[in-house]
Design a protein around this ligand. Structure first.
Ligand code: UDP
Ligand code: MG
Length: 311
């Protein structure tokens, strides 16, 4: 019999967990001949999520929880779930029911009957989300697609069902700075996309502030592309040529025409501009260095404090 593992990262989700559990188990019971496990990864919640998960685990022996010692982030929670999943089909989905559970059946058939390695949900609109967040996300995905040459389109999230083979391939990627959307694309495999309309959270609120979204976006770019360094090099070269031409122009003016254009030239602006650019480039290099620094420490990606399953 096939076994499906559902991985659910949870961070302060006390309001949605009972609803999620009800919806998902109802949808799973509609799939014939399937065993399942639901792995709730409690990512250092401060609310009553852990108590609720303990109750669910007692009530249903298919439910397991893993509580982190602190908040390690959704990427770490997904990784922990993948490491502990024992099913031959593995699903990642959010706890807030924004990933429609009724799609699980179609995803399962896409993998089992149509032979795909992965079936992923693709959100075709962002109705109900902030306008600025929409525009910024759209721009980010355009940039990251161009820079990484990988398929990371807007709307393609973490909601997906994968075969054991694909999960094992992702687990082979041991890096500390984990950008899962990039990893799905990096490992390849045949993916079927199922489109769905954006759904609002059933309760609670998003854990992503603008600041965390920006850091996440930069992490994605720096984890999967070295294009920023190339761009920095091109701009540096371009500015060097401009400065040589400008220097020649000023010299000729001074020597032959005694035109003291230089004194009118807003040199301070130029210095400010160039030092700004240099700072940005140093920052880009620093980002890559800091990634290497954290990778070299080989710290654990997450620490489990408590679980109802033997770790
Ligand atoms: N999440 C997590 N750790 C975090 C932030 C979020 O495990 O540090 C979980 C959260 O509980 C939810 C999922 O990741 O199940 C998606 O989070 P959220 O709904 O806040 O993101 P959004 O849908 O707004 O992008
Ligand atoms: Mg959400």
């Amino acid at each position: 019999m096939d076994k499906m593992s559902i991985i659910v990262p949870c961070f302060n989700e006390e309001d949605v967990l009972p609803l999620f559990y009800h919806e998902v188990t109802t949808c799973l019971h509609e799939i014939e001949d399937i065993d399942y496990e639901i792995l709730f990864i409690n990512d250092g919640s401060h609310d009553h999520s852990e108590d609720i998960l303990k109750i669910l685990a007692k009530r249903n022996h298919h439910c397991f929880y893993y509580s982190f010692s602190r908040n390690f982030g959704k990427e770490a929670a997904m990784y922990a779930g993948l490491e502990h999943a024992s099913g031959n089909y593995v699903v990642i989905m959010d706890a807030d029911l924004q990933h429609p559970p009724h799609l699980l059946k179609d995803m399962y058939h896409a993998l089992k009957d149509e032979g795909y390695d992965c079936c992923a949900g693709k959100r075709i609109d962002r109705d109900g989300e902030g306008k600025i967040r929409n525009i910024l996300s759209h721009i980010f995905y355009k940039i990251i697609q161009k820079m990484t040459k990988m398929d990371m389109s807007d709307g393609a999230g973490d909601f997906r069902m994968m075969t054991r083979q694909m999960v094992d391939a992702i687990l082979e990627l041991k890096e500390y700075n984990r950008y899962m959307k990039g990893m799905f694309s990096f490992v390849g495999f045949d993916t079927k996309w199922i489109e769905y309309h954006n759904v609002q959270r059933v309760a609670g609120h998003t854990k992503w502030s603008f600041h965390s979204l920006f850091s996440y976006a930069f992490e994605g770019i720096f984890s999967f592309s070295s294009t920023p360094i190339t761009i920095a090099g091109f701009i540096g070269g371009f500015l060097m040529i401009i400065s040589i031409l400008l220097g020649c122009y000023l010299l000729v003016n001074e020597l032959f025409f005694h035109d003291q254009i230089a004194q009118y030239f807003p040199i301070s602006c130029l210095i400010l501009f160039l030092s700004g650019i240099q700072m940005i480039f140093v920052c880009i290099l620093g980002q890559y260095c800091s990634s290497c620094y954290f990778e070299s420490k080989q710290r654990p990606i997450y620490i489990i404090k408590d679980s109802n399953k033997k770790i």
